[in-house]
Design a binder for this molecule. Structure first.
Ligand code: A2P
Length: 267
């Protein structure tokens, strides 16, 4: 098979993994996901991110990508936006099975179960590609062992942009390993710029109380509720303000608390 863009004409830089793309799926003209081989020695915690690049330059451009696959998966999955003229995504969107993708060796991130105190309910607030780290966490049994209920909130401008999340949840229900946890997961997906079954920004749905009414749960309570937020800077700021208003405190790896925040990187 001929390689489309990620030719290996350039030497692989020291200290990075060079992995092979196994699957690519395009959702819209702005969104796609891909899977690639996982180095045997590579360990990460579900929800973490890594730096990804292509071997198409002497000094490849690397960008942060949340790993969408869970820690137990034998491959690695990523969900990406396609930015016109984006230094990495302009090329990355053209990858095909068999191509090489580079990955720096050290995963990191705050959207991990360890950064949260135990609780009853875990809200995952995401917009756009911010669903990526949650794709990992909702496929990790540890998440369901730590929390009784997981509420995956995903808001996009258009209905087609919700498809990745819908496919994930459907596949999870049918999965032999994690299907048993499906009853603990609620998928709350909304659109803002196209008619859909549920509409509105998550911040507005929280403020009006409609989110809690529709879920049939009490409003946010620091005793029972935990949060993880991943989206644009503006979205992070606004959701964080609402969690703080409800009495939840921001945590970190070395200081677990009631919620954690991470920017959806490539935008
Ligand atoms: P909206 O269409 O009302 O701007 P984007 O592509 O701009 O990152 O937006 C992704 C989704 O996040 C859109 O549905 C958008 O709604 C929503 N959004 C953007 N900014 C905020 C914010 N500050 N708080 C909550 N949702 C937001």
């Amino acid at each position: 098979m001929t390689s489309s863009t990620a030719t290996t004409e350039y030497a692989i830089p020291a200290g990075v993994f060079a992995e092979t793309v196994t699957e690519v799926q395009h959702y819209t003209d702005r969104l796609f996901r891909f899977r690639m081989t996982r180095p045997q020695s590579f360990r990460f915690r579900s929800g973490e991110f890594v730096m990804i690049g292509l071997p198409n330059a002497v000094k490849p451009v690397f960008r942060a990508y949340s790993i969408c696959s869970p820690a137990w998966d034998e491959e690695l999955e990523f969900y990406s936006i396609k930015v016109p003229d984006g230094p990495l995504t302009e090329h990355l969107q053209k990858i095909q099975p068999g191509d090489t993708v580079l990955m720096r060796k050290k995963p990191t991130g705050t959207l991990v179960n360890d950064a949260l105190l135990p609780g009853k309910r875990l809200y995952m607030f995401s917009t756009g590609t911010g669903i990526a780290p949650f794709a990992s966490l909702i496929r990790d049994p540890e998440t369901y062992e730590k929390f009784e209920q997981i509420i995956l909130c995903h808001t996009c401008r258009l209905d087609a942009e919700l498809q990745y999340g819908r496919d994930l949840v459907a596949a999870l229900k049918a999965d032999e390993l994690i299907g048993e946890f499906a009853d603990q997961l609620v998928h709350y997906a909304t659109t803002t710029r196209e008619e859909g079954p549920k509409m509105g920004r998550i911040t507005d749905l929280m403020t009006s109380g409609r989110l809690y009414e529709e879920l049939g749960v009490p409003p946010l309570n620091p005793e029972t509720d935990r949060g993880m937020i991943c989206g644009s800077m503006a979205m992070l700021k606004d959701v964080k303000a609402l969690l703080e208003q409800a009495g939840l405190y921001e945590g970190a790896n070395n200081k677990p608390a009631e919620f954690v925040v991470e920017r959806a990187f490539v935008d």
